[in-house]
Design a protein around this ligand. Sequence first.
Ligand code: FAD
Ligand code: DHB
Length: 389
Amino acid sequence: MKTQVCIIGAGPAGLLLGHLLRAEGVDCVVLERKSPDYVLGRIRAGVLEQITVSLMERLGLDARLKAEGLPHDGFNLADGERLIRIDIAELTGKHVVVYGQTELTRDLMDAREERGLQVIYDADDVTLHDVAGDAPFVTYTKDGTEHRVDARFIAGCDGFHGPSRKAVPASVGQEYEREYPFGWLGILADVPPCNHELIYANHERGFALASMRSETRSRYYIDVPLTEKVENWPDERLWDELAIRLGPQAAAHITRGPSLEKSIAPLRSYVFAPMRHGSLLLCGDAAHIVPPTGAKGLNLAASDVFYAARALTGFFRANDNDAIAAYSDTALSRVWKAERFSWSLTRLMHRFPQDGSFERAMQVAELDYISTSRAAQTSIAENYVGLPV
Ligand code: FAD
Ligand code: DHB
């Protein structure tokens, strides 16, 4: 098979890029290792920035997002009894939208046929070849038969564990990494949220987050040691812990219910640079990971895809190589700022095992400062709502 862009991975980054390229008349094919149901079964991000919403709008695939997404004008930082509201709408004139990654992925999947986007699911042994030059190709097997896709570009949208990043020689790429001594244990349940806005809480027993997917579906997280197992957290124990960490005010409004999903995700900061090598462009988790505090992961994938689609479209429409050459620097400039914000909010809202009284005093001082300074709140708000692309 011959195409202009071979996209690896049909998560949000790969599907968004595929649709944006098809909308501009660029040929592409998407290769995905898993089945559609498996991809939809992953419960991940829940908060969309303007860039993500506007890409769905531009594609005309935002009908459900508009109807079912919950616009949020603010969120809260809790520390003990204190609740600091960050009024993002008032401070920035913008808002975020609560709409699950699963729903966004479903909208993109459902539009495949109508938009002529070819996605090959259950593609095994996806391997990239000759990415340094201008005639790269990808091989994969499906139902026991080997296939080959020749392309002008390859877009690596295959997440943190995919093969794309590994196709860049070690002598070319540099890794920047920070691991954290905990993971987030998340629960999804069909119960009304305890608060109409998100609450990120720093409690002496650890971090907690109250989030939601709709008026009737809640998503909560607590941080746990990396060694912790989900089996040790029957629903009741998790609800008890959430009630303690979120504080008495929120706890009074928690509705308990059976978990639809429960899992632990490790926290990591990671950047791989450059994000382009020859004819290979990396997008989303394939190139970088942020800890989830701040809800940046999915939104960063969307901004990468915005830059990549613009560069690839310019190349095929106008033979313009400049945006391709600039892709890595352009994307990384936004990535590093989101890395900084996610890292600093993680630092502010979690109790690190190695921290002593000084580090805790720094947290309290920073939260004090935030609670009284409009400038500090504006800085948090503009990062949370998403920096300009
Ligand atoms: P992915 O969603 O990982 O998609 C990559 C796709 O590539 C997958 O479908 C995968 O099957 C496919 N693939 C992998 N290997 C191959 C291969 N060899 N061949 C073909 N296809 C392949 N962000 C938040 O903001 N909030 C959260 O609460 C949150 N929770 C998360 C929980 C977990 C467990 C993880 C892993 C991430 C979480 N994130 C969260 C981050 C956010 O979900 C990601 O940033 C987002 O999914 C990135 O999208 P992507 O398309 O780049 O990567
Ligand atoms: C959710 C996840 C996040 O990482 C976050 O910062 C806010 C909300 C969520 O899954 O709802």
